[in-house]
Design a protein around this ligand. Structure first.
Ligand code: 0A1
Ligand code: ZN
Length: 884
């Protein structure tokens, strides 16, 4: 924590390091009270840096015990201890610097650096946690070869792990065990890891494409040893996929994964020693939902893929974070698409992007994919850097085509292996391999905000010519009033009476080679452009932004009939889903108006009819059907309403009314599908079973919205379920649509049955946090007193408070302000315990500009936080930027 106002760090101020650390030797003496860390840094002056003998090492919350230069104790006048650094003067060009520091991991509640989780020691060093372990050049462009020695009490810590290969294990005269790990690959400090504890492991192996045998291990607490199978399978699939799709082979003989309960994020890609939040690795039908299984597969893959996109080639500085994260998210999304349904995966990703990333882009913390400044880097592990960053890579893939993209990726890895590089280096490799000019495309890296495409049409019957006029714009974001035009790949098709029409753009030669020319990608790169299609037999309905070809908001004035045609007849699965969403948005808005003027809601019969048709369409995969039937979320509807116009209560009531109308109108079809899709076999996280359960949950929701029948079926489902997915979907329906008498007993039963499983309890907390009834705030407060709640455990805080603030709009935004107050109080408390979590939790309060009639209440809470003593830089940055 800093007392003075924290400073801003700018990309433009980047300077190469003054020294390099060729080798790093670390020695840990792990103790219950004190841990002693001895470092030996083999320093070499950097010819590319400023050539002085001054060196400032980062260090935070450390007690310096001793410091030596080339073996000699360093006198106090040769160095200066600053608040968060150690300044050394007059260093020779090459030297050995040794430091002894004392730390107390058991008191480290920030979960950065070395800390305790339950009975084990573990580390989290990204982004700047290593400086809480020892004095170091804690920046990603300093890459070093690490050798790590750990001494610890063998009875308490039989498992002692670090990066690379285990070189020796010895029993010391003291009775402690000593292990030595050596990682041959140079790496930045953020990829260092250490684990010590009483852990069991499962082991398997993988033979790489060149025939090397790799040992794979997953370390967990003994009680969880049966929950590792899915993660292990996922790891093996990821390793094979990365070889086949990206030509990336694993490079060491061992790959370890460790599960820890207390973790700020999902998982971490430390070289050969990935550390995972238990929630992202353990799987069991009674504790992990279907979505959870899919998430584990995706996160295991994501961390594994970082071995190349992140570790072998890393970031020069933290402004380049999307270089590794955007690319790796793109890679894991491709992997998930290949493992399951590509369209469903795309729909899920777009749903997240549009409901949450677009909001970030429109809020006070908006930043480009490559930010230009930050106060606290931990605040920039955002949906923009990760998800929009992945969209930017996806657009490059679209612009280049799969072969040139792969050539660009190969060139990037080959050219930069072992280096710390920039987003620009990535783009350059893509340009060189493809021969394409991406100059203007680079605006996606430097400009924040979600571009808008306003599309209109005109039809010349006589000429058979159809014109699409496209105008792009991008709203101002903090520090960026004006935007230059983006390059926007716009996937399109034209739908005629009998299906998608052949496309012929005016001025372009017809391509006789092309069999299927019903799809094309238009390059929108100016503020205003016309695209003319000729030779058309009829006026088409345009199918726009196919596959969500760019992260933009698109407006086109569709009639409801046209949306229905696209929904049922377009070739593009994404457009079919998106048309259903657009239709639903319009219908909900209409009902919202009817309710506001005191009338009875009348849901457009066209919409009801379309819903029946969808339910009876045998060509639709059930997972896709579930997506198409799911109404846009309340958060997305609020986001669409725009600044000052989101009325959460009206949105909630209107959405409910539409749900009830569909449920009533389609009752028979819904119940029929619900029954047909019942899974008779034992639980498996297979695509078919997951799809069936997902559609059943959707049907059940509609039935319960319409009346008692849904509640009866939900009670039955809850009692009969052999897995948490169906238990929770039943309980969700009961607690959202039923009376207290409907949900109280099953809610208690769930805890009785699964209260011993932390991950199940977390979901039980989360479910209660979403309940829309009037008692919600009191319930959340009450649960914060529950013996299973622990403010120091991020999973608990996220499950209960994060879910409440993020997914219970009517109660978080209560007009009496009690929802806001609850959030502010816990953020204030967490500020001192775990600033990273405090600041992440705060995000929903920053959107005060959106909520009609609530802005003053929300601002008042932010102002109270701003006035707190000892504000962490994390919370300071979010609060101060959102009050501007
Ligand atoms: N690099 C990890 C995520 C991660 C980021 C930051 C952390 O602490 C601040 C921890 C983990 C990933 O992308 O999976
Ligand atoms: Zn990542």
């Amino acid at each position: 924590m800093r007392d003075a106002t924290p400073g801003t760090i700018h990309l433009k101020d980047y300077q190469p390091p003054g020294y390099l650390v060729n080798r790093t030797e670390l020695h840990f003496l792990l103790g219950e009270e004190d841990t002693i860390v001895t470092s030996k840094l083999h320093l070499l002056r950097n010819t590319e840096g400023s050539s002085s003998g001054e060196l400032e090492l980062d260090g935070q919350d450390l007690e310096l015990v001793e410091i030596r230069l080339d073996g000699e104790i360093l006198e106090a006048d040769r160095y200066e201890l600053r608040e968060a650094s150690l300044l050394l003067r007059d260093l020779p060009e090459q030297c050995l610097l040794s430091c002894v520091t004392r730390i107390q991991p058991q008191l480290n509640t920030s979960l950065e650096g070395l800390y305790r989780s339950q009975t084990m020691f573990c580390t989290q060093c990204e982004a700047e946690g290593f400086r809480k372990i020892t004095y170091y050049l804690d920046r990603p462009d300093v890459m070093s070869v690490f050798t790590v020695t750990i001494d610890a009490d063998a009875s308490r810590y039989p498992v002692l792990l670090s990066n690379g290969n285990l070189e020796e294990t010895t029993l010391l005269p003291s009775g402690d065990t000593r292990v030595v790990w050596h990682d041959p690959f140079p790496k930045p400090s953020y990829l260092f890891a250490l684990v010590a504890g009483q852990l069991e492991h499962v082991e398997d192996s993988f033979v790489t494409c060149s025939g090397r045998d790799v040992t794979l291990r997953i370390y967990v607490e003994e009680k969880d040893i049966d929950k590792c199978g899915h993660a292990m399978d996922s790891l093996q699939r990821s390793m094979r996929w990365d070889e086949e799709r990206f030509g990336r082979e694993y490079d060491l003989d061992i790959f370890n994964v460790v599960a820890v309960d207390d973790f700020n994020m999902g998982a971490m890609e430390n070289k050969s020693l990935n550390i995972f939040n238990t929630s992202c690795v353990l799987c069991d039908p009674d504790t992990t939902t279907d979505v959870g299984y899919q998430r584990v597969e995706a996160i295991v893959a994501h961390e594994y893929f970082h071995n190349w996109s992140g570790n072998r080639v890393t970031c020069r500085d933290w402004f380049q974070l999307s270089l590794k994260e955007g690319f790796t998210v793109f890679r894991d999304a491709e992997f998930s698409s290949d493992m399951g349904s590509r369209t469903v995966k795309r729909v899920e990703d777009v749903t997240l992007l549009r409901s949450a990333q677009f909001a970030e882009d429109a809020g006070p913390m908006a930043h480009p994919v490559r930010p230009e400044s930050y106060i606290e880097i931990n605040n920039f592990y955002t949906l923009t850097v990760y998800e929009k960053g992945a969209e930017v890579v996806r657009m490059i893939h679209t612009l280049l085509g799969p072969d040139a993209f792969r050539a660009g990726s190969d060139l990037y890895f080959e050219r930069h292996d072992g280096q710390a590089v920039t987003c620009e280096d990535f783009v350059l490799a893509m340009e060189e391999a493809s021969g394409k000019d991406l100059s203007q495309f680079r605006n996606w890296y430097s400009q924040a905000g979600t571009p808008r495409l306003a599309v209109s049409e005109s039809w010349d019957e006589d000429a058979g010519a159809y014109t699409l006029s496209v105008a792009q714009s991008c709203p101002p974001t903090p520090g960026q009033a004006e935007k230059k035009p983006f390059v926007i790949p716009l996937g399109i098709g034209l739908l005629g009476d009998a299906g998608n029409l052949r496309l012929q753009l005016e001025g372009e030669e017809p391509d006789p080679e092309l069999e299927d020319n019903t799809h094309t990608v238009l390059m929108v790169d100016q503020q205003q452009q016309d695209f003319v299609f000729t030779g058309l037999p009829e006026k088409p309905v345009p199918s726009l932004l196919r596959g969500f070809s760019a992260p933009v908001r698109l407006d086109f004035d569709y009639s409801r009939e046209d949306l229905c045609r696209l929904m049922s007849g377009d070739d593009d699965g994404f457009v079919r889903w998106d048309s259903a969403q657009t239709l639903a948005v319009g219908v909900i808005a209409e009902v919202q108006q009817q309710l506001a003027s005191g009338g009875e809601p009348v849901v457009d019969p066209l919409f009801l009819q379309a819903s029946i048709q969808l339910l009876q369409d045998p060509s639709l995969d059930p997972a896709m059907l579930a997506e198409m039937l799911t109404l846009p979320s309340e958060n997305y509807l609020a986001e669409l309403a725009g600044e000052g116009a989101a009325d959460v209560d009206a949105i909630h009531s209107a959405r409910r009314a539409v749900q009830a109308a569909v449920g009533g109108h389609c009752a028979q079809a819904l119940e029929q599908r619900y029954r047909e899709l019942r899974v008779e076999e034992a639980y498996a996280a297979s695509g078919a079973q997951i799809a069936a359960r997902s559609l059943r949950a959707t049907c059940l929701t509609y039935l319960a919205a319409a009346g008692e029948r849904g509640l009866e079926l939900a009670q039955e489902q809850f009692s009969a379920a052999d897995n948490i997915t169906e238990r929770l979907s039943a309980l969700r329906v009961l607690s959202h649509f039923g009376k207290r008498a409907d949900w109280e007993q099953p809610m208690e039963q769930f805890y009785k049955d699964w209260g011993h499983e932390t991950l199940a309890v977390n979901q039980w907390l989360a479910l209660q946090a979403t309940m829309p009834d009037d008692a919600a705030v009191a319930r959340v407060r009450h649960l914060m007193e529950h013996p299973d709640f622990d403010i120091r455990n991020p999973n608990k805080v996220r499950s209960l408070v994060g879910t409440f603030a993020g997914q219970n709009p009517v109660n978080f935004h209560r007009a009496d302000g009690t929802g806001y107050r609850l959030l502010r109080q816990i953020v204030a408390e967490l500020n001192a315990i775990n600033p990273q979590i405090a600041s992440r939790l705060l995000a929903p309060l920053t959107k005060w500009r959106y909520y009609s009639g609530r802005a003053d209440l929300m601002r008042a809470e932010l102002e109270q936080l701003a006035a707190l003593d000892g504000l962490s830089p994390d919370v300071f940055e979010v609060v101060s930027k959102s009050l501007k």
